[in-house]
Design a protein around this ligand. Structure first.
Ligand code: UDP
Length: 431
């Protein structure tokens, strides 16, 4: 039976090859399809459909770009608006703010599921405001060591917002698309007490690997230590004391960067690294010992501003909304980094004290104190890379940003009870 079947097959094949009653036509299948389409007028309908779709999506893309914050960062007045704690933060529709990346222009953007570790902190809570306003669903993970519920309370009741009290040194499983990893005390006063950099980062990288999320590490200008190169470019490897009082933070963040790159190279995790320079703004912790918060609080309380050392050491101060814009551009863009995110405007501590005097009280006094160990002598970011690859640059100069922080501090220090729920009260996450 089997051999019979085999034999018939051969016979059919050889007949077909040797004899055909019809003339062979080239491309018989194609001509049949074309004839069918013309007859049924289907081709005409298909062509008209393609033309309409092209015109429609072309117009949508043009509108999105022209409404745009895609290439040009926001202005100072927009930053002021963003800092208004009473503004509505629950838009329901599509926000045309598209940062590029994987989301095609012109198509309705699906809200992402995003976790922000340290999201109840100073920088984290401002980032959460922007993500919620953009239409994303945000899970804040915070242990409230330096974060504070007041910073995110205005989102309570929003179905797109969740808050989990959790320390990132313990593992956590969440289904998310993106992870902004900010959790880490950033003030020298706090991080010397509670260093959490390495284990927290490892856990969050593990989560990113497991659920296939994109991971953004907020690293720091501290990876440059007391820099021997000025301004600091991302390619500079730094000058860090590995056993000093600041090293738990500096070396911790350097290790966090190493882990991030290892997960990227070894496990294919999509990662982004930001090196954040000194940042200030509303919701900063009043008594965390940072220089801007100290000077502002001291001047408001009519206490002398404490300048450490000779006050000639420099820092570059970035307003928080500029930083948040940079972080979001980095996350949505296609570049791993690291990227310096900071304001290149450089001030000595004495110059900063002078700006605080101009803003709050021209008679505010200065008091010199001994400096802390291993204090970097100067710091100023080179932001060429972020300008070129992220289309980002800071927009808010110190003299414009400081008054916004001062009004927030004034309210909190002098207890304007009416606004306590609306404004944020503390804290720091990164630089
Ligand atoms: N500083 C100061 N007075 C203060 C607090 C800090 O002069 O009350 C100095 C500090 O010595 C350092 C600079 O301000 O040179 C920035 O300190 P901060 O703790 O704000 O940030 P970091 O050292 O991490 O850049």
């Amino acid at each position: 039976m089997g051999s019979e079947l085999t034999y018939r097959g051969h016979e059919t094949q050889s007949m077909a090859d040797s004899y055909s009653p019809k003339l062979k036509k080239p491309w018989p299948a194609v001509t049949r399809v074309v004839r069918y389409m013309l007859k049924e007028q289907r081709l005409v309908f298909i062509l008209v459909g393609i033309a309409i779709a092209t015109v429609f999506f072309g117009l949508r893309s043009a509108t999105t770009i022209s409404s745009g914050r895609i290439t040009d960062a926001y202005s100072v007045s927009e930053a002021v608006q963003m800092m208004n704690p009473r503004r509505s933060v629950y838009p329901t529709g599509f926000d045309s703010f598209n940062l590029g990346g994987k989301i095609p222009l012109g198509l309705k953007r699906k809200g992402l599921r995003i976790v922000v570790t340290g999201g109840a902190g100073f920088v984290g809570s401002h980032l959460v405001d922007r993500l919620i306003a953009r239409g994303d669903s945000v899970i804040v993970v915070d242990n409230f060591f330096t974060g504070n519920k007041d910073n995110v309370m205005h989102h309570f009741g929003n179905p797109r917002f969740e808050l989990i009290r959790h320390d990132v040194v313990e593992p956590l499983l969440l289904e998310v698309d993106q992870i902004y990893h900010l959790a880490c005390p950033a003030s020298p006063v706090h991080y010397k007490y509670n260093p959490t950099n390495v284990v927290g980062t490892l856990n969050m990288l593990g989560l990113a690997k497991r659920v296939g999320a994109r991971f953004l590490l907020t690293s720091t200008s501290e990876v440059y230590g007391d820099p021997l190169q000025h301004p600091q470019v991302e390619t500079y490897w730094g000058n860090v004391n590995p056993i000093g009082v600041r090293s738990c933070y500096d070396e911790g963040k350097r290790t966090a960067e190493t882990l991030t790159m290892d997960y990227h190279r070894g496990a294919g995790v999509e990662v982004r690294i930001a090196r954040i320079f000194n940042t200030y703004g509303p919701r900063m912790c009043i008594d965390d010992g940072r220089v801007v918060s100290n000077f502002v609080a001291q001047a408001l309380r009519k206490e002398p501003m404490t300048v450490y050392g000779d006050g000639k050491q420099t820092r570059s101060f970035q307003f928080v909304s500029d930083l948040v814009e940079g972080l979001m551009r980095l996350m949505e863009g296609e570049h791993v980094g690291p990227f310096n995110l900071g304001n290149p405007g450089e001030f000595t501590m004495l110059e900063l004290a002078q700006v605080v005097q101009e803003t709050i009280d021209p008679n505010a006094k200065i008091e010199f104190r001994p400096n802390t160990e291993d204090d970097p002598h100067k710091r100023k970011p080179d932001i060429t890379k972020a300008k070129e690859l992220l289309g980002w640059k800071p927009k808010v100069p110190l003299r414009k940003g400081l008054p916004m922080m001062v009004s927030d501090f004034r309210q909190r220090i002098f207890g304007d009870q009416k606004n306590i729920g609306a404004t944020a009260t503390t804290t720091s996450t990164t630089e």
